[in-house]
Design a protein around this ligand. Structure first.
Ligand code: NAI
Length: 328
């Protein structure tokens, strides 16, 4: 197939070229949008990532241009209008699980950094400052952690947390029987938020849970608790989280995702004036850690993403059942 690959950086080009199973590839650096959808003419398939937006208008153009398949090189599909895809007769395939450990390990890296302030200690010692003032953390052993979502990533994080000796509780509308058998207790969202010193989000973003962390649910949090979001930015109402940080009710925030990330992440904006007031405010807090959607970014995960993307493409070409199809 002729595949147009959007939102590509050098590392995407490297892995998608190395694992190619014989398709004709064209790489575009920019994300897919209504403004550049004309670039898709003459292709059979598109390969998209988290910040490519395919809404009903885009799908109408894709249908006109003869696109038959969308290969998502990610697990989440909140950026794709699946109803419009079906109406346009375009199949959407994803990579449902690629090294959930990669994201779970990044969530733990965020917990450890915020708690033990290793990023600040590193900067201090490099400048000859060996003071410990302001660096005090708390033991993770025995700490209560709430997992919101116990799918592939939540489950991987559960095992990491147990290794640290944490007491884990969870909220998930579909509790995992294997984890329950291992002793994981599930509760309502309000119950698990109220009991935890660390809350970590591992659920997909769907319309029903948009801004699930907001001024109301933040009231359930213990004073000084830590919130980690490696899932999707839209799960949290950022202005209301900022209010909770300003009052000290929320003690720490670690985010690998941001609701307006498509304008910022995966590119170098260091020489530009920051016009996004929310992220500028977040960056001003000493107890906030921001990474730019790098949870997935390990060599192992990149290999799995590329491998599954091409096995999806090849299954479509061969006309065999599409195990990784997503639809309304
Ligand atoms: P999964 O589909 O294996 O598990 C999701 C779990 O969330 C399921 O058990 C589901 O029942 C539960 N869930 C659904 N709605 C919920 C709600 N409102 N509250 C609590 N739980 C709910 O997904 P997986 O692989 O664990 O990934 C989770 C999310 O992580 C993805 O949807 C994606 O948004 C994000 N992600 C982030 C990456 C990064 O680089 N930061 C990379 C990959 C995924």
């Amino acid at each position: 197939m002729k595949i147009a690959i959007f939102s590509t950086c050098n590392y995407d080009q490297q892995f998608l070229t190395d694992f190619n199973t014989g398709h004709e590839l064209s790489f575009f650096a920019e994300p897919l949008s209504l403004q550049n959808v004309m670039l898709t003419k003459g292709f059979d398939a598109l390969c998209l990532f988290v910040n490519d937006h395919a809404n009903a208008q885009v799908f109408a153009k894709l249908e006109e241009n003869g696109i038959r398949l969308i290969l998502l090189r990610c697990a989440g599909f909140n950026n794709i209008d699946l109803t419009a895809a079906a109406a346009a007769g375009i199949k959407v395939l994803r990579v449902p699980a690629y090294s959930p450990q990669a994201v779970a390990e990044h969530a733990m890296a965020m917990v450890l950094t915020l708690n033990r302030k290793t990023h600040k200690a590193h900067n201090r010692t490099r400048e000859g400052n060996f003071s410990l003032e302001g660096l005090m953390g708390f033991n993770l052993h025995g700490a209560k952690v709430a997992l919101i979502g116990t799918g592939n990533i939540g489950k991987a994080f559960y095992h990491i947390l147990k290794g640290f000796g944490c007491q884990v509780m969870a909220y998930d509308p579909k509790p995992d029987q294997e984890l329950m058998a291992k002793g994981l207790q599930y509760g309502t969202l309000a119950e698990v938020l109220a009991d935890a010193v660390i809350v970590s989000l591992h659920c997909p973003l769907v319309p029903e849970n948009h801004h699930m962390i907001n001024s109301t649910t933040l009231q359930f949090f213990k004073k000084g608790a830590m919130l980690i979001n490696t899932s999707r930015g839209g799960l949290i109402n950022t202005p209301e989280v900022i209010t909770a940080l300003k009052s000290g009710h929320l003690g720490y925030l670690g985010i690998d995702v941001y609701e307006q990330e498509s304008k910022l992440f995966f590119a170098d904006h260091s020489a530009e004036i920051m016009t996004d007031e929310l992220i500028a405010r977040l960056m001003s807090f000493p107890n906030v850690l921001i990474t730019a959607h790098q949870g997935f970014f390990t060599k192992n995960a990149m290999e799995q993403i590329a491998g599954t993307t091409y096995s999806n493409a090849d299954a479509f070409v061969a006309g065999i059942p599409l195990a990784n199809e997503v639809y309304e």
